[in-house]
Design a protein around this ligand. Structure first.
Ligand code: COA
Length: 178
């Protein structure tokens, strides 16, 4: 499958055009139980509003970059963002956020391909220290550790699970890229 995945960067205009598709992936991930800041119920309109409010302006301002993975038919299978640290003394640092792969496209190397391209993008942008956080013990934590990220530590009871049933710990990881 990896051979048929294409990674593409979307600017603010392209992301606006793809907004329903991006929102559908976010919503599908949340409905499948991914704790990525939202809780259920999470309608398509809320997902679209989040992309419009939180992502498009940051893309337009150059504060973030957005990558998508497309399958052979052009459909978006996954996405990830690189958010540049704004602090003047951290021009070499960025955060990785909202790595999302559609539930039906998982375990085929989509996230691995996105993360490889994201590292290239970070390198080209002079951002060599990357940080992220994810749910303790999640598939995502396993993925990041498989990709060479270092676990800094876990903050217990950090956020509600999507169904509000429990508080989950958050694992913080970092990676320095050559
Ligand atoms: C985590 C997630 C992005 C992984 O996407 P994916 O495209 O399925 O991952 P890949 O196929 O590229 O997997 C690459 C490697 O990561 C690890 N990995 C990924 N998913 C895994 C899982 N469910 N269990 C164990 N290891 C896993 C494996 O080492 C895998 O390599 P392998 O398949 O050769 O064994 C996807 O499950 C997802 O979108 N989850 C919900 C959203 C989320 O939690 N995002 C993270 C926000 S910080």
């Amino acid at each position: 499958m990896t051979a048929s995945i294409t990674i593409e960067e979307l600017d603010a205009a392209a992301a606006a055009a793809a907004l329903p598709e991006l929102a559908r992936i976010l919503r599908a991930c949340v409905e499948a139980g991914a704790s990525v800041n939202f809780i259920l119920p999470f309608p398509q309109s809320d997902a679209e509003a989040w992309w419009r409010r939180a992502v498009l302006p940051a893309l337009a301002e150059g504060e973030r970059r957005l990558l998508v993975a497309r399958g052979a038919d052009g459909a978006i299978l996954g996405t990830v963002q690189l958010a540049f640290a704004a602090q003047p003394n951290q021009p070499h640092r960025a955060e990785v956020t909202k790595l999302l792969v559609a539930p039906e496209a998982r375990r085929r190397g989509v996230a691995r391909a996105l993360m490889r391209s994201l590292e290239d993008l970070a390198r080209q942008s002079g951002r060599r220290l990357l940080l992220l956080d994810t749910v303790e013990g999640s598939d995502a934590q396993r993925l990041y550790e498989a990709l060479g990220w270092t676990l800094l530590g876990v903050v217990p009871r950090f956020a509600l699970s999507t169904d509000r049933a429990r508080l989950e710990g958050s694992a913080f990881l970092w990676k320095e890229i050559a």
